[in-house]
Design a protein around this ligand. Structure first.
Ligand code: HEC
Ligand code: HEC
Length: 171
């Protein structure tokens, strides 16, 4: 086989493997707000607004003084601006597929945590605690980026999961 043909075949193969990911697009709208990224992405990954409904974000933003045992207080102006961003992009009216599924699973529940959403729990219920709480590289369900390699892009597809300190997940 000539070198040109081999390169061409390799290119086609590459395109074919990349295609599903390109066609799929993100599961939730990626974060584009720099202020949100800076303020809410210091202690943990800046969770996409489309992962929780408005009422949940409102509760989170009203309780920053005691935020899961930490002080995450911000000045009133910043709270207002970040809240506006969160509410505008919350799961309630988002057209993205995971936001729709999150809303459907919630019913009237409005939890403070993404990891308490029924859809989230159903998707993760087969993963044993030793790979999460018992795993120094993960520690918590809140640590999305320790397992979802493209979470920052708003992509949570199961074939992109690599559990830190463990490896790929096959169910
Ligand atoms: C001072 C550190 C700190 C800052 C700043 C911070 N957080 Fe957090 N956040 C935490 C901790 C600690 C947890 C609990 C993590 C755990 O349980 O492992 C948490 C958890 C969360 C969760 C729940 C995650 C889950 O389990 O589903 C949300 C939602 C959240 N934070 C939103 C925000 C938002 C919005 C901001 C910005 C206004 C913010 N956080 C800023 C420390 C912080
Ligand atoms: C310990 C690793 C781990 C952590 C931490 C984790 N996930 Fe996952 N997640 C997985 C695995 C593994 C799957 C695939 C489960 C299956 O289908 O068997 C998954 C599936 C998902 C799915 C469904 C994907 C699909 O293709 O159906 C979504 C959405 C998701 N996770 C979001 C999140 C979010 C948001 C966070 C953080 C709040 C998070 N995950 C934290 C491992 C993790």
């Amino acid at each position: 086989m000539s070198k040109e043909i081999r390169n061409l075949l390799l290119l086609i193969l590459l395109l074919l493997t990349a295609l599903p990911a390109l066609a799929r697009g993100p599961d939730v709208a990626p974060v584009v707000n720099v202020e949100y990224q800076d303020e809410c992405g210091v202690c943990h990954f800046a969770y996409q607004p489309g992962l929780l409904p408005m009422d949940s974000w409102q509760k989170v933003m009203a309780g920053l003084g005691d935020h899961f045992g930490e002080n995450a207080e911000l000045d009133a102006d910043m709270v207002k601006r970040l809240s506006e961003y969160l509410l505008r992009n919350a799961a309630d009216d988002a057209a993205y597929p995971r936001s729709r599924k999150i809303m459907r699973s919630l019913g009237t529940e409005r939890p403070l945590r993404i990891s308490h959403v029924p859809y989230f729990k159903a998707k993760h219920d087969e993963i044993p605690a030793r790979l999460v709480q018992g795993n120094d590289k993960v520690r918590s369900w809140s640590n999305c980026t320790a397992c979802h390699t493209r979470a920052a892009k708003g992509s949570y597809s199961e074939d992109e999961v690599v559990i830190s300190g463990y490896g790929r997940w096959d169910d």
